[in-house]
Ligand binder design. Sequence first.
Ligand code: SF4
Ligand SMILES: [Zn+2]
Length: 339
Amino acid sequence: MRGSVARTVAHDRRPDPVATESARRYVNQWVEEEAIGAERVRAFVLILKTRGCYWADFKGCSMCGYAKDTLGRSATPEELREQLDRALVRYRDEPYVKLYTSGSFLDDREVDPESRLRIVGAFSGRARRLLFETLPEFATPEALRPLRDHFAGEVEVALGLESTDPDVLARYVHKNAPPSEYLEAGDRVRGLGVRAKAYLLLKPPYLTESEAIRDVVRSIGEASPRFDALSLNPVHIQNGTVVEWLYRRGRYRPPWLWSVVEALREGAARRGTSRLVSFPTAGGLARGPHNCGECDARVLAAIEEASLSQEFGPLEGLVCSCQRRWQATRDLEPLGVEA
Ligand code: SF4
Ligand SMILES: [Zn+2]
């Protein structure tokens, strides 16, 4: 049942192959606050339009709707060059650059090796740190070494580990590989002198709020020795996903921001030397992680500040009357109790 819903959803969300004009334009670009060590810096974020994640064609992860931002075919090197050129017009030497493709930057079907070198080289000597995402099977020494050597700065590879529990990953997130492959990829990446970052998901479907917090806190402890940075990502409802299918039927509520706060506070004690951050997407919105509406902006600001400063103590001082409702419902969701 779950599998058939997932497959239908995966097929529905992949667009038909698009015209060349659209393929010459990147999906989005913006600048955001970040930190490199203790220093606050600006980060240049660029989402390139590629064929997208191959796993989304087979099944796709239960919370991921990024296939809508893809081409439905591979981008040509010329199209990628045009996307890059358009983005560089907007680049102001921000020290941190984050490259996303709605999939894996290291998958040749998304970005061919020569285009990868050109893109990385364009920021070399201008940015201090450059991040891209990939599935673990593409994080090979053959793919990474040329990029590491081509970038005068620090390369950072982000891997969507999501959870270190194999059952959660396979049954609820629908990930393509077990956690062990992500952890081994983290080791490989660091063995090459490249930074490794892991995304951890807060509240995959079919878990209660309490189970989700326990899952992500345990994952922080188990992943921290293998990664330089851990990003706690609360689920938000993306179009055309299994999570949206459940949400529309009243069977899923995005996580409370109080759960993010608790997971960060407990995770902080287990993160070892790795950075622990959370920058919730769609925070405070109905389809994103949210509280009562009154306290959301304040709690989100505190989460962002803790992520940038790595000081988690101030999170303890946050209070709102909605915490009682969060406490009362956190173990009850499988019974259909909506908060
Ligand atoms: S979450 Fe990552 S692996 Fe899963 S479908 Fe989306 S892009 Fe692919
Ligand atoms: Zn509140």
